[in-house]
Design a binder for this molecule. Structure first.
Ligand code: PBG
Length: 336
């Protein structure tokens, strides 16, 4: 029955009866937000006792492994149960060696975190941009006088990266490069190396978005030339997003992601209703920074706006939300 037919049968229905008290409102709430539905991204850098603030993301730091362990300790106490790791390597090159180095920063962080917090879910971002001297997510090739990001040579490096994260003890890998066929390539490599149980969280519908600006400062991963529009999606396209997700599901993705979150709630909703898989939304760097900036001016209530946006993202269809505010949000939720 559609809404107008239904309303026709109950012309005098009162809507406010169930809004009278906090207890009643909670009783009929359709959507909730819980600390275990949050995933906290972290930027790991080499060294010891390093805490470098990211100026465009107040409260976010590039941390050395020892500091990551310290921060995660507090976050776990607040109720955070999953993290997403990004690495900033010592040196960058043309083959992203740091991404799959057995003693790379992310590999070290995985080992340290799993040793200290066996129950923590350690997810790793699988991408090459932070490790490439040119800052692109794939291998750069010259062909007929044109520079391009080569798809298939990139797959080999991504698969190696995913396997090295698995060997270090990661619980889940999350490819974010947007090359064609990377979920299949990673699945095959993981299976071949005996990691058949390792889930893949695919950045399935990842748009070429200006909302990634602050992240590129945090991860030191801005492309040195050109942009990412030859591999990330055009913000104009919703049907294409469903095809991207369908392909990743067919290739073996266990969870799928839509990114960014707030400006793409329609995509999120369609992905959840179409595929029904565990669906993840990435509330990206600028979504965080915009709230921080307006709150610092005293223009908005940081807590209320943050919680409302996360609830909206959940309502649209996200089971899980990746957010830089995860520890703070977990504390707010605990306070009630
Ligand atoms: C790497 C990657 C990016 C983000 C997550 N993984 C940057 C990009 O694609 O340029 C963005 C996350 C954020 O903005 O918070 N490919």
């Amino acid at each position: 029955m559609d809404v107008s037919t239904f309303l026709g049968q109950f012309p005098a229905r009162r809507m406010r009866r169930l809004r009278q008290t906090p207890a009643l409102r909670r009783l009929v709430a359709e959507t909730g937000l819980q600390p275990w539905q949050l995933i906290w991204p972290l930027f790991v850098r080499p060294g010891r006792k390093e805490r470098r603030p990211v100026s465009s993301m107040p409260g976010v730091y590039q941390l050395s492994v020892d500091e990551v362990v310290r921060e995660v300790d507090q976050a776990v106490s607040a109720g955070v149960s999953a993290v997403l790791l990004f690495g900033i390597p010592d040196r960058k090159d043309e083959k992203a060696s740091g991404a799959y180095a057995p003693k790379g920063v992310v590999q070290q962080a995985i080992r340290a975190l799993k040793r200290e917090f066996p129950d923590l879910i350690v997810i790793t971002d699988v991408c090459l941009c932070e490790y490439m001297s040119h800052g692109h997510c794939g291998v750069v090739e010259q062909r007929r006088g044109r520079v391009r990001i080569a798809n298939d040579p990139t797959l080999t490096l991504l698969a190696r990266t995913a396997v090295s994260h698995a060997e270090a003890g990661a619980d889940m890998v999350a490819p974010s490069d947007m090359m064609d066929g990377r979920v299949a390539a990673i699945r095959a490599a993981l299976d071949r190396e005996g990691f058949e149980e390792m889930p893949i969280l695919s950045y399935a519908a990842k748009f070429a978005s200006a909302f990634y600006g602050p992240f590129r400062e945090a991860a030191e991963s801005a492309p040195k030339f050109g942009d990412r529009r030859s591999y990330q999606m055009d913000p104009a396209n919703a049907r294409e997003a469903l095809r991207e997700v369908a392909l990743d599901v067919a290739e073996g993705a266990d969870l799928v992601m839509v990114k960014p979150a707030l400006a793409y709630l329609d995509i999120l909703h369609q992905v959840k209703t179409t595929f029904g898989l565990p669906t993840v939304a990435y509330a990206v760097s600028a979504e965080y920074s915009m709230i921080k900036a307006a709150a610092a001016q005293g223009w908005i209530d940081e807590r209320a706006v943050t919680l409302e946006t996360l609830l909206a993202i959940r309502r649209a269809g996200a089971d899980l939300v990746i957010t830089y505010a995860a520890p703070q949000v977990a504390r707010w939720l605990r306070e009630g």
